[in-house]
Design a protein around this ligand. Structure first.
Ligand code: HEC
Ligand code: HEC
Length: 327
């Protein structure tokens, strides 16, 4: 009982945080609240400030003789263990990544990957303990991450601002998309989100051609925006998707069938229930049929079934579902 209450409560907190965040980003977009943000330059200097400040990189990393942390690899040239500073080292790591993945990794791709998916490549001799720096408590924005990449690339490497910022490679763009989506969803992990989606949603929803057909197709759902998606999960009945209204059919014996009207012929209708069962009812047996606007066929207790983290993960996963290019 208490556990449920705590869960529901922390859930409300997250929802509140998401809404505050939306409000905040709108303020940012409209140019309000400038002074509070402290704009970051996408440059080695901007990145240096983040590295030794908000990014907290210095709590695990050092740069050459600067700093004393040893939990993560030194980012400078340091002793026999680190013959190359990070910018030059990234070129070597990129070669390793290209071989392993079979795709062309550039040095910038490697650097961005190490921030977007720290577990993808774990430096030999270290544990998979690199922080997810776009999630709380560090919560770097994409701009701040680009700045940090510029700082590290400038350490003995080729500083190519186009590859970092203006015209990133396809690989880097994918990592950036992951970071933005996750940051937007309060730091969720889209990879975990995919698993939670499989477990809770796929029976009713189609995504990229796979899944059930009880609810609307969610392919490209990110276009509807974070606020809409989070509301759809937390309060499905608040805005029922057109064509997916909840019907209540009562037969002459008074028995109710509740679900979506998925077929309507001259003599009979089909009602598809939330569990996917299809019930065919002859029209002459129906005493009353009405739409219940206060209920969705989508369960409204998902908030209780999911943990806060599940919810953030699934939001970030859905925010990555971009409309497919027309073929
Ligand atoms: C909680 C400790 C921790 C924090 C905070 C942290 N890192 Fe790391 N980082 C690690 C560890 C441990 C590794 C090695 C394991 C791995 O490769 O994932 C690593 C690896 C890396 C690598 C790959 C290094 C190489 O030699 O290839 C880069 C780049 C990196 N971190 C950048 C950053 C940046 C930038 C920040 C701050 C925004 C940061 N890290 C914050 C622990 C941390
Ligand atoms: C029992 C079937 C069912 C399950 C399980 C289910 N949904 Fe739904 N979902 C629906 C139905 C029916 C609708 C349309 C009615 C409405 O808007 O509430 C819907 C609507 C939605 C919408 C709005 C889509 C749009 O384009 O308007 C989103 C987003 C959504 N669901 C996400 C999810 C997620 C995420 C999960 C898993 C955590 C999930 N659903 C689980 C049946 C389901």
């Amino acid at each position: 009982m208490t556990a449920t209450m705590t869960r529901v409560f922390s859930f409300l907190l997250v929802v509140l945080a998401v809404y505050l965040w939306i409000g905040y980003s709108i303020t940012e977009l409209t140019g309000g609240g400038r002074e509070s943000g402290g704009a970051v330059d996408i440059s080695p200097e901007g990145g240096e400030a983040i590295y030794w400040g908000k990014g907290r990189c210095f709590t695990c990393h050092s740069v050459g003789g600067q700093g004393s942390a040893v939990r993560g690899p030194n980012h400078g040239q340091f002793g026999e263990k680190f013959p190359l500073p990070m910018g030059a080292r990234a070129v070597e790591r990129a070669k390793e990544r290209s071989e392993k993945e079979g795709t062309d990794f550039t040095a910038v791709d490697y650097m961005v990957e190490s921030l977007a998916s720290p577990g993808a490549y774990v430096v030999k001799g270290y544990k998979n303990e690199m922080a997810v720096v776009y999630a709380p408590p560090i919560s770097l924005s994409l701009v701040e991450i680009k700045a940090v990449v510029a700082y590290l690339m400038a350490l003995g490497g080729d500083l190519d601002m186009e590859a970092i910022d203006t015209t990133p490679s396809e690989e880097t763009q994918k990592f950036y998309a992951k970071i933005s989506a996750a940051a937007a969803a309060g730091g969720g992990d889209p990879g975990e989100g995919a698993i939670i989606y499989e477990d809770n949603c796929t029976d009713c929803h189609t995504l990229n051609g796979e899944g059930g057909e009880v609810g609307p197709d969610l392919t490209g759902i990110s276009a509807k925006g974070l606020k809409f998606i989070s509301e759809s999960i937390l309060q499905p009945a608040k805005s029922l998707t057109k064509g997916f209204e909840t019907y209540v059919a009562i037969n002459k014996e008074g028995r109710q069938t509740i679900g979506l009207k998925t077929r309507d012929e001259a003599t009979e209708i089909d009602i598809t229930k939330a569990n996917g069962d299809v019930v065919t009812i002859a029209k002459e047996d129906i005493k009353e049929i009405k739409i219940d606007e206060t209920k969705s066929v989508m369960p409204d207790d998902l908030a209780e079934a999911l943990t806060v983290k599940d919810y953030q993960d699934i939001l970030s996963f859905l925010m990555l579902q971009k409309p497919q290019a027309a073929r």
